[in-house]
Design a protein. Sequence first.
Length: 572
Amino acid sequence: MWAPKLPGEGARLYDAAIAMRDVMIEFGMAVDGGKDSLSMAAKVTNPDGTHETVKSPGTLVISAYVTCPDITKTITPDIKMPGKSKLLFIDLGNGQNRLGGSALAQVFGQVGDRSPDLDDPQLLSRTFNAVQQLVADELILAGHDRSDGGLATTLLEMAFAGNCGIEIDLGKQNDAIAALFSEELGLVMEYLPSEEAGIFSILDKAAVPYQVIGKTTKDKRITIAFRTPNEASPRMPLPGELRTVLSDYTSALRDLWEETSYRLDLLQRNPENIEDERKNIYDRKGPSFVVPFTPKQTADELFCRTTKPKVAIIREEGSNGDREMASAFYMAGFEPWDVTVTDLLEGRITLDQFRGVVFVGGFSYADVLDSAKGWAASIRFNKKVWDQFEKFYHRPDTFSLGVCNGCQLMALLGWVPWRGISDELQPRFIHNKSGRFESRFSTVKILKGPSIMLDGMENSVLGIWVAHGEGLAYFPDKNMFKECEHGLAPVRFVDDDSRITVTYPFNPNGSPAGIAGLCSPDGRHLAMMPHPERSVLTWQWGWMPGDLKKSLAASPWLKMFQNAREWCEKKS
């Protein structure tokens, strides 16, 4: 983005283009396209009649992409093994700590005159390749760059995400403030001491400068110190003496780090929820997942069958979860079909050939008529289609699943918890208590119940994605709620202690008794707000303990879909 028509700006834009060209030649990269906004200036008339020109700062954003041979080889910023690991810093600024344009300068109302720059492209290239080797060889546990807020922010964010403490010794520094808050190129990596020799060998071979700056701790306290080289001033510590510049509890510093988000959320969500969230995440320990069964991949021979149970993945205008759902059922040995409501309305296909019907997540008709109401209307108010669904529902060899928007639909169709409930007493899913769309990686517990898809998963505590604005389970009839609570609500939101909860944010929508789904008494029909199809691969999980990730041959959520196939085979 630029305002090139203003005096001097055209030359600056040219210089930026030349600098980009030169560095991309050094890296062996090519430009395959671009998007410009070259009208980034406006003339403004002030209340007193004077005029001024407001312009956007010249901005160049480069997005690079390349093939990825293994998407599971990832490094995230959260510290993985507190109390056992060490932290290593790679400084790509060659010892410079320019503060121009930094977050620190902005805090003090300044801009600065010297901003960070890429002075040595070849060093960056060597470092990138060396780090790729470290990742491929699984020698590092976590990593984070320092370009957004500086080294202090990098270290704190790694400790916050790892829910642990760190002890940092930056060595001799003339200016600790500049060293901690300059946004020069660089990165921090977590590693185990047993891997140190291998890591040092790779970095030395690539001529990459590095410095071991500290260790992680289970004690949730963050300490950052440096050693002063100044021996002339009697007011300063002795040469090499450690000087602590930050020492505080991780929870207190994380709360301070969250303050801006907290203030903004107070203006956008239910304040009661936001206050609860601040209190409940202040010193949370993190989820504890439980997998009481052994997840397995679907046997290869099942994919080679010429006849497989067919499942209709039904979508409507605005649906967006159909491909993920089709993939999940395919991975379990089904033959998934893409079916739209229009296909049914126009008679291009019927439900007679299918063993399963799945209503996917999304925003049918943009949810302008309330969640899933437009979708429900297109089915309920067309007798030809409604009769098809009624026939399918009552066939004893069929099952159905509704997720998110599809869960709301199944309630509006009267498919859960059971048929025959009057519209005014029908349980349904309404606006979240927070008043906002909630997209989170939540934790749910599977309770004992009749659902065929959850068979053998009882007592599991699993991570799962939620993404909905209207997921609060509402029961107009209290007696019906009690009946559903004891057997027909097998999926519940739980807190970090695996206890069923109504507490935000563990329960993202405020449903009573933590209810995240309903099923029919015969177990054939299941509606749930969370997205199992978005967690059906282990690498899709927002977070998973390292030991669990290594021990699982498949995601526990795959069993849901495998259960459905096995049930179909038994009913054949």
